[in-house]
Write a protein that binds this ligand. Structure first.
Ligand code: DAH
Length: 341
């Protein structure tokens, strides 16, 4: 029987064709579509058929050719798809170990300071970094001509000289006093800015924690006790403190607090310049003029305040010698704090 009489069966056969790889597919292509394949053979027979059957068989051969092309293309796509899948990454494989980040030493120490003071009953308070002259200076009893207002220390906006970047967190004292009545017991961590040349010992921004306690009958003894507890929690039970008279516009009397050098244990080393002591904070009794300026009756209330630099405390705890390391984010430096995290 001539092939041409069997076109429906051949089409059915073509629809069932299968190939598992490119090689098998090529064999099929040759069998059906190449120059000596089935389609040209049918065309050969087609030339012999009676004219009245030409129309019907011409359409049938064309159909068969299209079916063969479609099936072979379909199989080619299937083979390509499975190849792609085997080349794709194995999503079920265990991932490469991702290095974990570490918390920044400044964050670690700030959290530790907050933790110690919250155990002593202090609440957190916050204020803006972009401040006005009133909250940073005037409300804190800085005289008009005080050198700290000097433009060399303070970043200000030329067109708005009243708006500045806060130079200390003492501004938050004023923010708290204007929205809260005593008793007030807050600590205020935050970033501060000063127009300093960046070096190993100074930076144009750093971090402070401010403390403020206002109530009836708050005394210098209370201040001293809280600071002693803080120093011993932070630097160890054997840490000693000493208070030296000092001056701040917003406290009277004022003091600076030293702790026994935690690096040499007080014997004297390069870090404490052989004195056995290192300064860690400023403090004092809130000046009655500050209470008054912030709407608190100085005849009824007294208070103490203190302020410390977080970088300074971190330097002491971890002996970091260059302040710039804190803001460079060098991974090698940060990774040294993995065990403290
Ligand atoms: N504001 C001071 C500074 O930036 C630190 C300070 C000293 C804060 C004494 C206080 C304080 O609250 O009582 O140097």
């Amino acid at each position: 029987m001539a092939l041409i009489d069997n076109i429906p069966a051949l089409i059915e056969e073509i629809r069932q064709l299968n190939a598992n790889n490119a090689e098998e597919l090529e064999t099929l292509r040759i069998k059906y579509l190449s120059k000596k394949g089935l389609v040209p053979q049918l065309m050969g027979e087609f030339r012999q058929v009676a004219p009245e059957r030409k129309r019907e068989l011409g359409v049938a051969i064309n159909n068969l050719k299209t079916e063969a092309q479609n099936r072979i293309n379909e199989l080619r796509q299937k083979i390509e798809d499975t190849q792609e899948i085997t080349e794709r990454p194995d999503l079920t494989r265990t991932s490469y170990p991702t290095p974990l980040g570490t918390r920044h030493p400044i964050s670690l120490v700030r959290e530790e300071i907050i933790d110690i003071f919250s155990r002593l009953g202090f609440c957190l308070a916050d204020g803006p970094e972009i401040e006005d002259d009133w909250h940073v200076f005037s409300s804190m009893n800085f005289p008009e001509d005080h050198p700290a207002r000097d433009m060399q220390d303070t970043f200000f906006i030329e067109s708005h000289p009243d708006i500045i970047l806060r130079t200390h967190t003492s501004s938050v004292q004023s923010r708290v006093m204007e929205r809260q009545k005593p008793p007030i017991r807050v600590i205020c961590p935050g970033r501060v800015y000063r127009n300093e040349t960046i070096s190993a010992r100074a930076h144009c921004f750093f971090h402070q924690v401010e403390g403020l306690y206002i109530d009836e009958n708050v005394s210098f003894t209370d201040l001293k006790q809280v600071l002693l507890l803080f120093a011993q929690e932070m630097f160890g039970r054997n840490t000693k403190i000493r208070l030296r008279p000092s001056y701040f516009p917003f406290t009277e009397p004022s003091a600076e607090m030293d702790i026994s050098c935690n690096i040499c244990g007080g014997k004297g080393c390069a870090f404490c310049k052989n004195t056995g002591w290192v300064e860690i904070l400023g403090c004092g009794m809130v000046d009655p003029a500050v209470l008054e300026a912030n709407g608190i009756d100085p005849d009824k209330y007294t208070g103490y305040a203190f302020g410390m630099g977080v970088e300074r405390i971190t330097n002491l705890k971890y002996q970091v010698k260059d302040l710039r390391l804190f803001s460079e984010n060098d991974k090698r430096f940060l990774e040294e704090f993995i065990s403290a995290n």
